[in-house]
Design a protein around this ligand. Structure first.
Ligand SMILES: *Cc1c(COP(=O)(O)O)cnc(C)c1O
Length: 379
């Protein structure tokens, strides 16, 4: 008999979503920047210490706000890891900027801090870091380089909610940061995101860009007597209905993180014998980083083995997936890319596999997956 199917992901509901949605709808303020938007933003600011946060319709949108806030122009260059999601680069490409793709380090897919400085030119404007799997990049080193060369730092912390670098919450270290609440993330509202602002010089303008280039925020604070068109911008703010859904998730974040970490730890413990035998490589966590269990991945020795492993699991009704395809080698960018091959990014592109990890995944299901992996590598 075939055992039940285990999907790769299943969005989790905490139970209060529908109730808060109902409240948002019947409160009479259904558009953006209502009660739940403010509750969410306050929660983020109070708990993690951002100077200011703004909910957005996605992390992609929050990154677009970063590109506008940094005034990215066609002559500018940005250093961005190649092994990341399209959105990390997209917002800056839309401004016509030149993306200088940098390699991952050889221990985990995060940007190799030592590969950054040689890529800096007089045109470099910012470094975009991605905390892959919610595991921190080497932020002291990255901030040191950025300050030395007067560059801005954007943290794409899409996967990094409630994870830390030397005790500092991810997303509170760079000048600006972005988070995602897409249904595949630890906290989710279907589609949603957040802009985190740590450098105060950006706060006032961010509020303007967020609301279609108007000074509506100043108007509501009573700072101007009429609101007007004052800058560029877009409609980056989500409906309060989305914020209400997100708030129900935010209230349960500790439970969500605990559950995910228990699953992650079980995988890690159970797969150690395979790492000891040299069959696979398990995720590497530097001493400075915590784990928010956004993702459990392992690395196979070669692409053929990864393909065989994914199909073996699929034959046993378990859905595992590979992840990013290096952006420098993508159909959109490869003609424009002039740099050297990025060996580590290519290695993760070819050999990294993600295993199912979601709130409802039972620990007995994790055991079943571990047993199958052990069986796959049986000599
Ligand atoms: C999920 C993700 C994004 C995109 O998030 P959206 O909310 O879907 O726009 C961007 N960057 C990284 C690293 C991600 O994991």
């Amino acid at each position: 008999m075939m055992e039940h199917k285990i999907p790769f992901n299943k969005p989790h509901l905490t139970g209060k979503e529908a109730h808060y949605l109902y409240q948002a709808v019947y409160s009479g303020h259904i558009s953006g920047n209502g009660l739940y938007t403010q509750k969410c933003q306050k929660y983020f600011e109070d708990r993690w210490g951002f100077k200011k946060t703004l909910l957005t319709t996605s992390c992609t949108d929050a990154l677009e706000m970063c590109a506008l806030l940094l005034n990215i122009k066609p002559e500018d260059e940005l250093i961005i890891p190649s092994y990341t999601f399209v959105s990390s680069a997209l917002a800056f490409v839309r401004q016509g900027a030149n993306i200088i793709f940098a390699d991952s380090n050889d221990k985990n897919p995060n940007l190799d801090a030592h590969a950054i400085e040689e890529k800096i030119t007089p045109k470099t404007k910012a470094i975009v870091v991605v905390h892959y799997a919610g595991i921190a990049c080497d932020m002291d080193e990255i901030m040191r380089i950025a300050r030395k060369h007067k560059l801005f730092v954007v943290e794409d912390a899409a996967q990094g909610i409630d994870s830390y670098y030397k005790g500092k919450p991810l997303g509170t270290i760079g000048d600006l940061s972005t988070f995602s609440f897409h249904e595949t993330k630890n906290l989710q509202c279907g589609e949603g995101g957040l802009l985190g602002i740590n450098n105060e010089q950006f706060i006032e303008r961010a509020e303007i860009l967020w609301e279609k280039g108007t000074n509506r925020a100043q108007f509501f604070k009573g700072q101007v007597d009429k609101y007007n068109w004052v800058d560029i911008g877009s409609s980056f703010l989500p409906s309060d209905v989305i914020a209400a859904f997100l708030y129900a998730q935010l209230e349960h974040i500790d439970d969500i993180q605990d559950k995910r970490k228990a699953i992650w730890n079980k995988y890690h413990e159970g797969l150690k014998p395979l790492e000891a035998k040299g069959n696979i490589t398990l995720p590497f966590l530097p001493d400075f980083a915590t784990n928010n269990a956004h993702m459990f991945y392992l690395i196979t020795k070669n692409p053929a083995e990864r393909t065989a492993l994914i199909s073996y699991l699929k034959d046993h009704n378990i859905m595992s997936v590979f992840h990013y395809l290096s952006l420098h080698a993508s159909p959109f960018y490869k003609e424009k890319y002039k740099g050297a091959e990025l060996d580590n990014a290519n290695y993760y592109t070819n050999c990294l596999v993600r295993l199912p990890l979601f709130y409802e995944l039972g620990l007995t299901d994790v055991d079943r997956i571990i047993d199958l992996l052990i069986n796959f590598y049986k000599d």
